[in-house]
Design a protein. Sequence first.
Length: 1030
Amino acid sequence: MTIPTRFDHTEAAAKIADAWDAAGCAHAEPNPNKKPFSIVIPPPNVTGALHLGHGLNNTLQDILIRTKRMQGFEALWMPGTDHAGIATQAVVERRLKEQENKSRHDLGREALVKRIWDWKAQYETRILGQLKRMGCSCDWQRLRFTLDDVCAAAVRATFFDLFSKQRIYRGKRLVNWDTFLQTAVSDDEVFNETKKGHFWHIFYPVVDPKPGEPTRIEIATTRPETMLGDTAVAVHPDPESAFKKVGSELGEKLAAASSGEQEEIQEQIDALEQRSKEMLPLLVQLRDMALDGRKLLLPLVDREIPLIADEWAKPEMGTGCVKITPAHDPNDYEVGKRADLQMINILNPDGTLNSEAGTYEGLTIPKCRKKVVEDLEKLELLGDIEDREIELPHSDRSKTPIEPYLADQWFVAMAELAQSAMDAVTDDRVKIFPERYRKGYLDWLSEKRDWPVSRQLWWGHQIPIWAVGGITEAEAQAIESKLKAFPEYASGKIAERIDAEDAGTFAIFVCLRDEDVKLETKVQSLGLTRDADVLDTWFSSALWPHSTLGWPEKTPELEYFYPTSTLITSRDIITLWVARMVLMGLNNLGEIPFSEVFIHPKILDGNGEGMSKSKGNGVDPIDVIDKFGPDALRFGLARLATETQDVRMPVQYECPHCEKLIDQTKKNQSVPAVECPQCKKSFSTQWAESEADKSLPKGAVVSEKFETARNFVNKLWNAARFTLMNFDGYKPQSINVAELPLEDRWLLSRLSTVTRDVTEAIEHYHFAEASRILYDFAWNEFCSFYIEIAKPRLSDNALRGVTQSVIAHGLDTLLRLLHPIMPFVTESIWGFLNDAAPERGLANPVKAPRFVMTADWPVAEASHYNESIERQFNEFQEVVGAIRRIRSSQNIAPKEVVPVAIRCSQSSQSLLEPMRSYFQALTGADVVALGEHAAPFEIDAPLALTSLDIDVHVDLEKFIDVNAELSRLEKLRDQVVKQITGKEQKLSNENFVARAPEAVVLKERESLDDLKKQLQSVQSDIERLKQKLT
RNA sequence: GGGCGUUUGGCUCAGUUGGUUAGAGCACCUCGUUUACACCGAGGGGGUCGGGGGUUCGAGUCCCUCAACGCCCA
């Protein structure tokens, strides 16, 4: 059999994937003869391509699903993608602006949505391609998209149900308004940026001040233009105690502060006292004016607004008085609700001022601000202007400043839903691993904040509500009775409600359960129009575990695979997604969506920052696969994914000319082209814009962290290659394990343990541990010892057959265990193994299945585990190590065969006797004497393995380098002396001897005795050598 | 401000219920073309386990405290 020396993944992976596909290996069907195991993929956004974070997420899911499939479950991994409403619309809109200088309004809803579908098609293809190349064994026949018909039906049914139960309602709310995209964005889509700004002091005249009262009141603001929407000015209702409270808080802080901080806090206290002295009388007076109902005249718009008392006004901040703009500031909104203030919206959706702003109508916010300040100055109502750092919220999607904005929204009432999702976790129906993430989940849900689900977007599930407002109650009721006459009303497809509006008018809202154009037309003919908004993306992803299985239809898949088994995801969406899936699953089906959730770490770059395209540090799994192969990508990720640590992955550019890896730095990660320090040629990056840069070949972004994994793939490949090259004449035969030699039984014992540990590790989501166990076993035991020992056996006709059988069994088991982590290389080797040894196994060899992917998961054979065999083999390994250390310290060339004598007990002798020839294979030693009477050589290099009661001697007659030997022995002696000192100290401590468990003390004593013997022996060796010298 | 996490050799990380001399991979040094693998083999150097305090016969591991970094929430 000829096998290439390297695993050519580029050639092999595609063929293997095709073969799996053709055989339907990853397809799952409801199957009463098997237990189901199902996972839904966290659907990737079609906004962009996948990076290594997704690579990790999907690798772990695939490891689990492949393991379960091999374990005999009917294993379904449900794939799909997410429409990611705002994110996707935002990128398409931004491109539209950049490339054609058009807004979405230039295009219109239908045309824009079509463009987004085109974008989706392109990226979905790319994403699925990435997943497939990673080897993800999803059931591709069942692909879903959160905006497809099946998911849409689930969304409609859910919305209808919640609307009917009065759990969806309409209300006003101050939202984060993105003036560029002209939509509300959620808190999670907002980031704060500190910018330089000003703190403008402004005076509002008092209307009809009484004698002795101030004629104007000073307020300060960072956003002067919002004064146009002011409806009050607030002062604290009890400024004196407010000062005291802040003072005592600072006092406490001072008492607890370290000496370094004390000075600063003391300064704050002094300033506060000074301020209190100066300002308190005025603030008290203002408070009294507020209680007396004094009004102010709002400049520029000449509106009378009340002076009110509210705790939001902080005496210790600014002027102690605060303007209140309920429609444009979250805190002011709360004040407005408390004091029942008018709420005046001064903005148009595009961020320009509306008619409420009077003469300022039509200006943009910056222009308006400038003009307001100028006009106030003309009126001599402008005070100081301070420079100040301002935390300004920005939209994550459009990168433009967010405006707080009062808008009508649909809400999902969370009280009961959230409680149900909390209960599911507290009573362990849903288990979260690692457990510490429970807390965040429960804390977030316990706030039970209603969920605003309207998005003023075009890309998404349009809200299935038809409405008409501004009508009388009678008109609304007339429409209601017409609706009730529809046959669809009786069949439960229509729900409606009538709400009273602010202006004393009424509105009727109608929700339709199914997509039904005829019914929609009928409803519209009653004068109702459909809500233009779409639903928050998370509304549809919350349904993902059941919508993908066909709900609200009662499909066999839903029946069989729901609830799903495990969800694997990253921690940033525990609240946004995981919690909502739980509550929606409970609402829609009365059952949890999954019983276990595993939260995996994040992938960071070398600077500890999350990877993203916008930073330029994002790694495309495809680049890693191209360079290292899919198995190396997967193994590399799995190996790093431990329980507690995020994964730091230093990133390199790969020079496309010479393949040099160039560390990515803060500097070079954002430039359009990089010059390779090795070959001096340039290559382009993702930032290339100019024609010159674009014409350069592109440098892939990879990480050398995958080299280890790639090497491991190669190691495994070559171990198999060697094995299979020695399979000529293989015949299956029944093996009696009890009669096998030590090394075989050692291998089987180790396999038993490894199988048990790997199985357990995967089932507990300890993917890094599973990878490590397999790596260590495959490399350090299977290759370094078993195969090395097998070499002489394979060339011995008497032993060859048994050796082939055991090694075939070992390789077979190893391939099965490694397959979930490294599917391609294992499948490839499996094919060769099937050619060389189609029937294999120990007692009863049987024909192996065609694919390792669908082979049975190994069962840990408890009877093969044998502690004393492992201990004995360890003795052999120790002797091997000793010979190697001596050889190395003497610089004996590997091809030289050295005579070795091993003094040991009788029992060790009978153990090592059969291993004699393997010393030759592993260490180039000719064991000339073995047993109780094996003596040192004339010119001898000794090494005592005192704990085993073995002395190893190497004959140095031909090789002696006395100085090297002396320095080795002296170094050894120093080490031993150090250890002896430590132990003697420990044992002379009465407390230790008296209080430590007897076994520990005994162990220390024995080990001290051993060390002393070793010291003696080393000392006499040194003496002997020195005598030889003289 | 609250919560969670991290800090172990140059780098990336392991380290089970406290118990021999704290491990691995990469990098480094020495030697090596032994008929699987130089993406390899053999050997080696390198760590006051972030600082301080405590509990204990014994602390990388438990407790307190400080510091730095990261994430989430307000």
